[in-house]
Design a protein around this ligand. Structure first.
Ligand code: MN
Length: 262
């Protein structure tokens, strides 16, 4: 084993590096993406017991489950959006494995999202963040920390629908263009059910994070948890989606490795 890998394992064993789980537990009541009724719908998570040390299987317990590729804490691949449909290596089974280990920049928007559920992250806000924490490196995840994960046990508050639609925070058009064109990020991650804001169908183009990120071969992460446990910079994310043939996305376990607080 090389010294680098030895150092990594020694750092974890000595608690100098923390492993943080950024994943929600996925159960049948987990909030599910909901589209207008005329559209096709995503299945929520369902589990059906096959046996539990009983007549159906005396020594073993196991379940069948069904879900959408975009259920729970999950990964979006470029093929998910029409803008990324022609790109090479655009589905979860073909994206390069090197992309599944990458640094993360965490933008704290918790106060903004508390004040305004429709809060949009702007390029100016990112530049302020960079003035404090340094330039967002190429190939990094940018994670929008809104505190939304705290709502996860209240599906109504998590979805936050009213008569005109969903109200959840996300990036604005310029913010996404800046991250794609000027910073060449790996992707954008959120605590909410989409990488775009709840009212992003009203932006131009609609759903700009999906449109520009996936059109540039970049990725999305949604329904992230525990972002309050990450530093603004310095965390490394492990994001390996299931290797589903032509999969547009996948539920996954998102792990972060962070330096232990001094
Ligand atoms: Mn998705």
């Amino acid at each position: 084993m090389t010294d680098l890998l030895q150092d990594l394992l020694a750092g974890i064993a000595a608690d100098k590096l923390k492993v943080i789980d950024l994943t929600h537990t996925l159960g049948p009541s987990f909030p599910q993406l909901s589209l207008p009724p005329e559209m096709g719908q995503a299945l929520p998570y369902r589990s059906e017991e096959i046996s539990r040390y009983d007549g159906r299987g005396p020594a073993w317990y196991w379940n069948n489950f069904t879900l959408c590729e975009h259920t729970g804490t999950h990964f979006d691949a470029p093929i998910h959006w029409v803008s990324g449909r022609e790109l090479p290596n655009n589905s979860v089974d073909t994206i390069p494995p090197e992309h599944m280990i990458a640094p993360a920049c965490v933008i704290d928007c918790t106060e903004d999202a508390e004040r305004d559920a429709d809060f949009l992250l702007t390029r100016e806000r990112l530049e302020e963040w960079e003035a404090e924490h340094g330039r967002i490196p190429a190939g990094a995840w940018v994670l929008m920390h809104t505190g939304w994960a705290r709502r996860v046990n209240d599906p109504v508050a998590f979805q936050n629908f009213d008569e005109i639609g969903q109200h959840t925070p996300g990036p604005d058009v310029d913010c996404v263009r800046f991250l794609v064109d000027k910073r060449d990020v790996l992707g954008f991650g959120t605590e909410t059910i989409g990488t775009d804001s709840g009212q992003a169908q009203r932006l131009n183009p609609p759903y700009p994070c999906h449109y520009y990120m996936h059109g540039a071969g970049k990725y999305g992460l949604q329904c992230l948890n525990n972002l309050d446990r990450l530093p603004p910079t310095g965390a490394v994310l492990f994001t390996a989606p299931l290797k589903l043939e032509e999969g547009s996305g996948s539920p996954l376990r998102v792990l972060a490795l962070t330096p232990a607080p001094a």
